[in-house]
Design a binder for this molecule. Structure first.
Ligand code: DGL
Length: 283
């Protein structure tokens, strides 16, 4: 059985890449719902429905564990899928044919309090993730439990995912939107010392973000390494799941859009030649 990695589009490749570096031995199946990206401006009902379709599809392809490598899907759909859908999907299946689903927000919020020095944290995310308040709720929960005071500020960045999906993230035109949202969040709290890239697409804008923040001392947190570490720890705790996973070191790419377009873009994003994708239909 495989590990499925799901995102609305190309962003989850940043998570896949970090996970494969940390856990190269397993077999992976990546699914990008590029035909329906971006998810970040869609309603709860639509994101939940699309994400559930993806989970069912990846399970039907032999995934024992699925990572929602998308903050928007993790914020809007993960809880409902875990509580309402997985019990039904897994009923009457032997353990080794069942599926578990994890998100990317929890591993991130668990790490961020030890990265910030002054407790002022900025969250850059899609409008859907921001409106869900998932980061604020989970970070405040951790702050309350540890007795530490955290000041959390959010900035929706609606133009960043469309720019990246269109392959325009290195273009001069992207500079304007990077500056707009970074300056926007720092205007809301000038004391921010840690900026969380709360969308798996955003690391592709990291060169431009780092250039803009050069000399400020502000730390920028990308999620790949955090999610990879958390998955590794999860598999050590859940040996019953780890033992169901096959060790073929393979990775298969699926997209709901053009396979050629995905193959070209994914090769660029992963700095890896020869990625071949297959087009699939979810609904
Ligand atoms: N990579 C997704 C995330 O982490 C992007 C969501 C979108 O499609 O807008 O939120």
């Amino acid at each position: 059985m495989k590990i499925g990695i799901f995102d609305s589009g190309y962003g989850g490749l940043t998570i896949l890449s970090a996970i494969r570096e940390r856990l190269p031995e397993y077999d992976y199946l990546y699914l990008g719902d590029n035909a329906r990206a971006p998810y970040g401006t869609r309603s709860f009902e639509v994101i939940y429905a699309y994400t559930l379709e993806a989970v069912r599809y990846l399970h039907s392809c032999g995934c024992r564990l699925i990572i929602l490598a998308c903050n928007t899907a993790s914020a809007k759909a993960l809880r409902s899928i875990q509580q309402h859908d997985l019990p039904e999907i897994n009923s009457n299946l032997p353990r080794e044919r069942q599926v578990n689903v994890l998100g990317v927000i929890r591993p991130t919020v668990e790490a961020v309090p030890s990265i910030t020095r002054n407790g002022h944290i900025g969250i850059l995310a899609t409008p859907g993730t921001v409106s869900s308040q998932s980061y604020v709720i989970e970070l405040e929960h951790i702050a309350a439990a540890s007795g530490r005071s955290l000041t959390i500020t959010q900035q929706p960045c609606p133009m960043w995912v469309p720019l990246i999906e269109a392959g325009e993230h290195n273009s001069p035109g992207a500079d304007w939107f990077v500056r707009q949202y970074i300056e926007g969040i720092l205007a809301l709290d000038e004391h921010i010392d840690t900026l969380v890239l709360g969308c798996t697409h955003y690391p592709l804008l990291l060169p431009k973000i780092s250039e803009l923040l050069a000399g400020t001392g502000i730390r920028v947190v990308a999620q790949g390494g955090l999610v990879a570490d958390s998955l590794s720890a999860y598999l050590m705790r859940h040996t019953e799941i780890a033992q169901d996973l096959s060790h073929g070191k393979s990775c298969t790419y699926l997209t709901t859009e053009s396979a050629d377009k995905f193959s070209t873009s994914a090769s660029l994003f992963l700095h890896q030649e020869g990625i071949i994708a297959t087009t699939v239909t979810l609904a």
